[in-house]
Design a protein around this ligand. Structure first.
Ligand SMILES: CC(C)(COP(=O)(O)OP(=O)(O)OC[C@H]1O[C@@H](n2cnc3c(N)ncnc32)[C@H](O)[C@@H]1OP(=O)(O)O)[C@@H](O)C(=O)NCCC(=O)NCCS
Length: 182
């Protein structure tokens, strides 16, 4: 299996009619509840699939996308919602001396409405509160431009543990005072 086909051309999934864009202020962000794991896992699977991956690849991703009650208990998980319900979530997980933006998924129908940026800023604020200097992201190739737009810089590539021969952009966000991600 090579690089998966894409149902959505790279760089176009995020484009929305600007008039349909909700104000970032309309999103509320809160910690996930322990009983929301299944719902968030299903959201992550739907969201990951927007890049057009085939069924075999999606099946291989399943474990990495699973949000268990233990995961919610052990790591910061933030849910973004508005009057239409949960639109997406993100999570943080320590990685060596840094912290990683581990999961970041927006409901496909809500992509391009500003929630990704809201969740990203919440993750940055939390990571700073936890006194980390750097936040890392192993980005899906389709999402790299989003993270670069949010102030990340590419520091390398990491081998995917889903598919041999696949590499993911490794991105870093500097959390030190004076560095202000978007
Ligand atoms: C990547 C993702 C989280 C972005 O969330 P989003 O809610 O669509 O992002 P926003 O609407 O807040 O966009 C914020 C900014 O990034 C830009 N942007 C978002 N996605 C982009 C993309 N794929 N390519 C280029 N720019 C992008 C937006 O245009 C916007 O820029 P602006 O402020 O200049 O208008 C979302 O597309 C997603 O969940 N994708 C599928 C799952 C995935 O790949 N998750 C990441 C795993 S590492």
């Amino acid at each position: 299996m090579g690089e998966p086909d894409r149902a959505t051309a790279p760089g176009t999934a995020h484009r929305r009619d600007p008039t349909s864009r909700a104000s970032p202020a309309s999103w509320r962000v809160r910690p996930a509840r322990s009983d929301e794991g299944v719902r968030l896992t299903q959201l992550a699977i739907r969201s990951k699939a927007v890049w057009g991956y085939d069924a075999e690849f999606m099946a291989r991703c399943r474990t990495l996308l699973e949000v268990t009650p233990e995961y919610i208990a052990n790591y910061p998980v933030f849910v973004g919602e508005d009057g239409r319900g949960i639109g997406g979530f993100c999570s943080l997980r320590p990685r060596g001396s840094d912290i990683e933006l581990d999961l970041m998924f927006v409901e496909p129908a809500r992509i391009g409405e500003g929630l990704g940026a809201v969740l990203f800023r919440r993750a940055v604020a939390e990571a700073r509160t936890m006194r980390y200097a750097t936040m890392l992201v192993e980005s899906d190739p389709g999402a790299e431009a989003f993270y670069l737009r949010m102030g990340a810089r590419r520091i390398g590539d990491v081998a995917s543990n889903v598919l041999r021969g696949r590499f993911l952009p490794l991105l870093a966000i500097d959390l030190q005072p004076g560095h202000t991600p978007v």
